[in-house]
Ligand binder design. Structure first.
Ligand code: MG
Length: 353
């Protein structure tokens, strides 16, 4: 399943809705449901992207779909039950695994079945399926508990796999979504990008072995580990240099682990304004995902919604001759095979460069 966090956009005519205006829920009364304040423009909801059929790419509001399914099944207080089973906040959803994912699958199956019937519009009118253009995608985990990064590029010079990963923390407030802009910090500096595989923790992991580590993973995203190079290199300021606002684009979806049976078998690449930059395969990572999870979990409890950035394939900006740092107007793209493509425009002045 491709899980997303999304917000409904304003109506098609471009009119800005009033604060709190509800959209797309005309079927409420017919289904005997209460009106939901959460079906408003700008409210963050958990969704799943439809993969095939005439609605491919559209987004299912999972909590809403489950409420309607429960109403159709004559379950009492369907909305309250849906809120309990299938929270709309990604971190709360992840804390309630595996039950919440089972509910998400049931909700998605319900919608897919309904869409195959000729009376599908009832589902659409109830604010359950939103056209892709009608929603704004946020980061699939908008505010992780913590972001743990792995220092280094792959394949590592002179062979890989020895020693232990060097980790750093990145501020959770640096996360932005697939439709947000990367703002160059006013403080200046040379801003570099690193397209990486991101791992989202599902079940708490504390002192887990490598063999069990992947069972604690909820899924995977594409990520961009941005940094101000000067801060990073002068005195090893990895935290400061990596934690500016907007320095952790994440998305476009959280692809659940069942769809990625082997995270070491993925192609990963990046481009800046159409020019290919990084290109590699995750099998070249010096520390496979399972070892990173196991190692980090010996030092700290990894909690649902924590994000691990697994290091970057070679070819990022600083390593190039001449270096290619980000500039106002650039488009940075990171694509991970089977996971998706993350695209962010860069904005900001070159003051102080
Ligand atoms: Mg990195």
């Amino acid at each position: 399943m491709h899980l997303v966090t999304f917000e409904r956009r304003a109506s098609d005519d471009g009119r800005r809705p009033a604060e709190g205006e509800r959209v797309g829920a005309m079927g409420d009364a017919a289904l005997g449901l209460e009106s939901l304040d959460s079906l408003t423009v700008g409210a963050r909801r958990l969704g799943a992207v439809l993969g095939e059929g005439s609605h491919a790419g559209d987004v299912v509001d999972l909590n809403r779909a489950l409420a309607i399914k429960l109403a159709c099944d004559d379950v009492g207080a369907p909305e309250a039950e849906a809120d309990s089973l299938l929270p709309t906040d990604a971190r709360v959803f992840l804390r309630r695994l595996p039950g919440s994912l089972d509910s998400a699958r049931a909700a998605l199956d319900f919608v897919q079945d309904a869409l195959e019937r000729y009376d599908a519009p009832d589902v659409l009118r109830a604010g359950v399926v939103e056209a892709r253009a009608r929603v704004r995608l946020c980061a699939p985990v908008p505010r992780p508990g913590k972001i743990v990064g792995v220092v280094g590029h792959y394949p590592a010079a002179g062979g890989a796999g020895g020693g232990e990963p060097v980790l750093f923390l990145k501020a959770p407030s640096a996360v932005i979504g697939p439709e947000d802009e990367i703002r160059l910090p006013e403080a200046g500096g040379q801003v570099d990008f690193e397209g990486e595989l991101a791992v989202v923790i599902g079940l708490p992991a504390r002192r887990v072995g490598e063999g069990a580590a992947l069972s604690h993973v909820a899924g995977y995203c594409a990520a961009n580990d941005l940094s101000v190079r000067g801060y990073r290199q002068a005195g090893g300021q990895h935290f400061i240099g990596s934690s500016c606002d907007g320095f952790a684009p994440l998305g476009p979806a959280l692809v659940t682990a069942d769809e990625i049976p082997d995270p070491q078998a993925l192609a990963i690449r990046s481009a800046v304004s159409g020019e290919p930059m990084q290109s590699g395969r995750t099998k070249e990572m010096p520390f496979p995902v399972a070892r990173i999870v196991a190692f980090a979990s010996r030092l700290m409890t990894l909690e649902p919604g924590d994000v691990l950035l697994c290091g970057a394939p070679a070819g990022a900006g600083e390593s190039r001759v001449p270096p290619r740092y980000l500039r106002d107007g650039d488009l940075v793209e990171v694509e991970v095979e089977g996971v998706g493509r993350l695209r962010n425009y860069v904005r900001g002045s070159a003051t102080g460069w």
